[in-house]
Design a protein around this ligand. Structure first.
Ligand code: UTP
Length: 475
């Protein structure tokens, strides 16, 4: 213990971070040991580089208004015979890849879900309009549907963080993994939070304030957890990645997989049209010849409001956190020595901490900075990448906030709207208003169908079709 203490004390003094030990004399033996162990794991070199760049020199990932930003190219939704043919072609290719058992799924579920304010992992949040299924159950059913259809078990990797790892595993245990046999949990890394002067913060007298290292931590977690190595020799080379907060996501999408395969891409991204300049959405751009996502916080408003002659936003390809990766590329980015380290982004946040007397305080305003890696920054390392458009109403309705925009309520409405659309397209006379919603809740299980195409087929083959009324569940 004394050797460890000396080492970490010296290291932290060298980087002017000795305040971390300011309550040392008041700590018990076990608390001291835990603090030293926590301190030992912090990468002070990387952290001080970040502090130096972002705080002292004021540099960041900000894009200046005069940066040579161009809208990114993307494969648009089908609009004529030729493009419809192209999409159909992609679909068939995607089905082939799936039939060959080459696809695994990865869900980033390590976030803290602060805005939603829900106690517990966000994936356990009840989201569907009639049955109140959790987000995890919805994804599990999408995967089960695909397993049955393509005749292969599908690996599902779930990224958790220190704060929700055990609870997530317990939840799957309690629910028998929703009938799946290949669910794997991988815990992401952590980073230390710093105050506005760049000094590492404490969350308690003997504990450093740590937070998950961002969804970009998925690469390292994949390698460090052994997930990457586990796939060796199994012929799985396509990773379908999405965020835990969007129940509409096409978790396993033959169209998207087909386009990825056809273009031999290392990374493919799904986009939806951004609706208005201030919308809080990253945008796919082309910067110095490479595709990149510029976060809304970094996007100069002068550029965000630019419109073309038809009045459409120029920078309109909104990022929804849905990607497909080639598995070797994914592993490369997760390998520390590969020289491909994702940049860290800094965000000012409210961070519970201790005052000078060691009392815990929960600040009302941002008092510190968290650093995070973002999954989309992998684009800068991809020599071949594509962006594919999706229809927002069909694939994107995230739960971010407790009320208002992107809340459980808007998400329920969007689910009901989508299920109603499928029914209408299948010839049902379900009453809908101008926004496409019936005056009641209905639900379609992903085990029945997960998209309009499959719904139509299944519905048409039903021997007796149920009457649709309030609370109808098509399972
Ligand atoms: P968000 O950026 O919406 O963050 O994450 P969040 O933590 O869920 O919510 P807030 O900002 O605290 O309210 C987008 C996706 O990335 C995952 C989240 O679980 C979500 O699926 N994520 C985010 C991680 O897996 N790890 C992280 O460190 C951060």
């Amino acid at each position: 213990m004394e050797k460890l203490r000396r080492e970490v004390f010296e290291k932290f003094e060298r980087y002017h971070q000795e305040q971390v030990f300011r309550f040392w004399d008041e700590l018990g033996e076990e608390e001291r040991l835990n603090l030293c162990r926590q301190a030992e794991r912090i990468d002070l070199i990387r952290l001080s580089e970040m502090i130096d760049a972002l705080i002292e020199k004021g540099k960041g990932h900000f894009v200046r208004a005069d940066s040579p930003l161009m809208p990114a190219n993307y494969i648009g939704l089908p609009y004529d015979e030729t493009s419809r043919y192209r999409w159909e072609d992609a679909y068939n290719l995607g089905e082939q890849v799936l039939g060959d058992g080459r696809v695994a799924v990865l869900t980033a579920a390590g976030g803290q879900g602060t805005r939603l304010g829900f106690e517990g992992p966000k994936g356990t949040f009840a989201v569907t309009p009639v049955k109140g299924k959790s987000l995890f159950q919805v994804f599990a059913e999408k995967i089960r549907f695909a397993e049955k259809r393509y005749g292969h078990p599908i690996h599902w990797f779930i990224m958790t963080s220190d704060r929700n790892h055990n609870e997530t595993i317990e939840f799957f245990g309690k629910n028998d993994s929703f009938g799946l046999t290949n669910v794997h949990f991988m815990r992401q890394g952590q980073l230390a939070a710093v105050d506005m002067k760049g000094r590492i913060m404490l969350e308690d007298r003997g504990r450093i304030a740590m937070h998950p290292d961002g969804h970009g931590g998925a690469f390292r977690a994949f390698v460090a957890s052994g997930a990457g190595a586990m796939l060796d020799g199994q012929g799985v080379d396509v990773i379908s990645y999405f965020h835990v907060d969007n129940p509409l996501v096409c978790a396993i999408d033959p169209y998207f997989i087909g386009f990825h395969e056809k273009n031999n891409a290392q990374m493919s991204s799904r986009m939806v049209l951004k609706q208005y300049p201030e919308e809080k959405m990253g945008v796919f751009c082309s910067l110095y010849g490479r595709t990149a996502v510029v976060e809304y916080t970094d996007f100069p408003m002068e550029r965000a409001i630019e419109r073309d002659r038809s009045g459409t936003l120029r920078f309109k390809a909104g990022n929804i956190g849905v990607h497909i990766f080639n598995s070797n590329f994914f592993r490369l980015l997760g390998t520390e020595m590969s020289g491909r380290q994702l940049p860290l982004h800094a965000a000012k946040k409210r961070i519970p901490t201790v005052d000078t007397d060691g009392k815990i305080v929960d600040p009302a305003a941002p008092n510190g900075i968290k650093f995070e890696a973002f999954i989309f920054d992998a684009l800068q390392f991809a020599e071949r990448s594509i962006v594919v458009e999706g229809n927002r109403r069909e694939i994107f309705s995230p739960i971010k906030n407790s009320v208002g925009l992107d809340s459980p309520e808007t998400c329920r409405q969007d689910q009901v709207r989508l299920f109603s659309k499928w029914l209408v397209e299948a010839g049902s006379d379900i009453p809908i208003d101008a926004t496409g919603r019936p005056p009641f809740n209905i639900e379609v299980s992903p085990l029945f169908a997960d998209n309009g195409r499959d719904f139509l087929m299944k519905w048409n083959f039903l021997e007796s079709r149920p009457a649709i009324a309030s609370g109808s569940y098509i399972g």
